[in-house]
Design a protein around this ligand. Structure first.
Ligand code: AMP
Ligand code: ZN
Length: 114
């Protein structure tokens, strides 16, 4: 059994509120939402961080980013705006070391980030 939290969610061993899934990705609601929409887009395959990507992942990352825009659009946030975030390693606050794209929307988001 994997010890990776998101691998366990992908495998269905830990529950999550899934909002999208296909052969390569799943998307589910963040357990500690920071905005009215806070979805995580997660590849089924384990990749620890952005630093671990290579050219073989290019299509996968493209699908993740396009899926983020599709989910935001379905919820009516395309025109008003939304944010996508990949945190990478400690200084960015990464806590789960399985690649994931945060998709946040539904409120005004400050910039620069904290
Ligand atoms: P990061 O800090 O970028 O690694 O983001 C990890 C995210 O995973 C945080 O926003 C957490 O709230 C979220 N998270 C942790 N455990 C779960 C869980 N069991 N289900 C859904 N989201 C989770
Ligand atoms: Zn994993």
């Amino acid at each position: 059994m994997s010890t990776c939290l998101f691998c366990r969610i992908v495998a269905g061993e830990i529950p999550a509120t899934r909002v999208y899934e296909d052969e390569r990705l799943i998307a589910f609601n963040d357990i500690n939402p920071q905005a009215p929409m806070h979805v995580l887009i997660v590849p089924r395959a384990h990749v620890a961080t952005l630093n671990d990507l290579d050219a073989s992942h290019d299509a996968l990352v493209g699908e993740m980013v396009r899926r983020a825009a599709a989910i935001a659009g379905e919820r009516g946030y395309a025109a008003g705006g939304f944010r996508t975030v990949f945190n990478c390693n400690a200084d960015a606050g990464q806590t789960v070391f399985h690649l994931h794209l945060h998709v946040l929307g539904g409120r005004k988001l400050a910039w620069p980030p904290g």
